[in-house]
Design a protein around this ligand. Sequence first.
Ligand code: GRG
Length: 296
Amino acid sequence: MLFSAYLAAQRQRIDRALDRALPKETRKPATIHRAMRYSLFANGAKRLRPILCLAAAEACGGARAVSEALPLACAVECIHTYSLIHDDLPAMDNDDFRRGQPTCHKVFGEGLAVLAGDALLTHAFELVARARAWPRYDTRALLHELAVTSGSLKLIAGQVADLEGEGKAIDLAQLRFIHEGKTAALLTTSLRFGAMSANADATTLRTLTTFGRALGVAFQVIDDILDVTQTTEKLGKSAGKDVAAQKATYPALLGLDGARAEAKRLTARAHAALRPLGARAEKLRALAEHLLQREN
Ligand code: GRG
């Protein structure tokens, strides 16, 4: 199967699972469910985190583990979508275009957008609480993983450092701290959830954690490059935002060529981390390459 066909098939599978996992649009109060679904099912959503989750499950446990991982894959996509909705609010990045469409608050108003984000965040925990557990990873371990990643030491830590860094000269170490929190943490949890759904052992979990950290920062370096090299139409979100907001980025600190070299170096590190998994990690390798080459 062509890799693009694999990605399309995984997206479809995840979209169907998300549709089953979310309250219907007509469920009262309908506005909140419409707002949640509006952002979650936007055509421009790439579903990278749930796809990584399913690919990690496949690497650790084969096809059966992929179905088992679906509820956890849906949970990470709910967390991710919540973070995008809140990040776009006027109090944060103040953006009016995301995933190829007007942002949630532009369509539903700020109050409902705050609540849609809150509801998706909460729903993610409900999905994990309802998912089956595994001998090595009980429900408590799964909930703990998601809570730490979404909390003030990871996702929110990255966002706080990002907000506080605007307009200031920050160095590479501080930039890395932002992206380890904002981007790499949830990407890593996506992979770890896939491994946990296959009841993977501690060594395999560590392998995927190392892979996720390198891949997550590489993903963000590429995101920074695309912000200055691509158009808004191509990205499905406002291009050139980082320069406008006077944000420190990898191209700003390293130059475009330096940032490209850094993305390659981190992707090579991600590949090296996968070595112990051998041929089983074929999809994960292809995903790392796909992320390095992506144009949106
Ligand atoms: C807790 C409000 C709050 C924010 C946390 C995740 C985050 C910080 C902010 C979201 C905006 C942002 C620039 C995040 C960095 C990660 C990133 C590049 C997100 C975009 O991910 P894609 O390209 O998006 O996978 P799609 O729309 O395809 O899912």
